[in-house]
Design a protein around this ligand. Structure first.
Ligand code: FES
Ligand code: FES
Length: 152
């Protein structure tokens, strides 16, 4: 076990865990930040997407020992009142079905739009490809990302 100080959503947290504990476990089981979801656990689905220094990253395979002083942002920290343009667009388009994949989708979309504020539909499709949705909301996801780009 080792003690890790983590910067998450603008706050500092301390956790005593094994070096290879995935960040996702720390977020959900140790810190109660359960907005980030566990699904495949093998970096294949994107349900666990968070931002590490602004980069969309799968947290299920990321050892806590690799975080260092990086800034972690989870869905809880994306905006204060759930009013990030991507969240507003998601609501407007009514994207979610069961909702399980949606926090990961939103985190990926937010990081993508920061890098590419005026994407083409093809760029949106490529960027969102890494996040799977068992309910098949892909069409609405693309629509919401395009709308969020206009809101910015
Ligand atoms: S749970 Fe991390 S990529 Fe699927
Ligand atoms: S909304 Fe159900 S898995 Fe995506």
């Amino acid at each position: 076990m080792a003690n890790y100080k983590l910067k998450i959503n603008g706050e500092t947290f301390q956790v005593d865990v094994e070096d290879d504990t995935p960040l996702l476990w720390v977020l959900r089981d140790h810190l109660g930040l359960v907005g980030t979801k566990f699904s495949c656990g093998i970096a294949q689905c994107g349900a666990c997407t968070v931002h590490i220094n602004g980069e969309a990253t799968f947290s299920c395979t990321l050892p806590v020992s690799s975080i260092g002083s990086s800034e972690v942002t989870t869905i809880e920290g994306l905006s204060k009142n759930g009013d990030h343009p991507v969240q507003k667009a998601w609501e407007e388009v009514d994207v979610a079905q069961c909702g399980y994949c949606q926090a990961g989708q939103i985190m990926n979309a937010a990081a993508f739009l920061k890098k590419n504020p005026k994407p083409t539909m093809e760029e949106i499709e490529n960027a969102m490809n890494r996040n799977l949705c068992r309910c098949g909301t892909y069409h609405k996801i693309r629509e919401a990302v395009a709308l969020a780009a206009k809101m910015k």
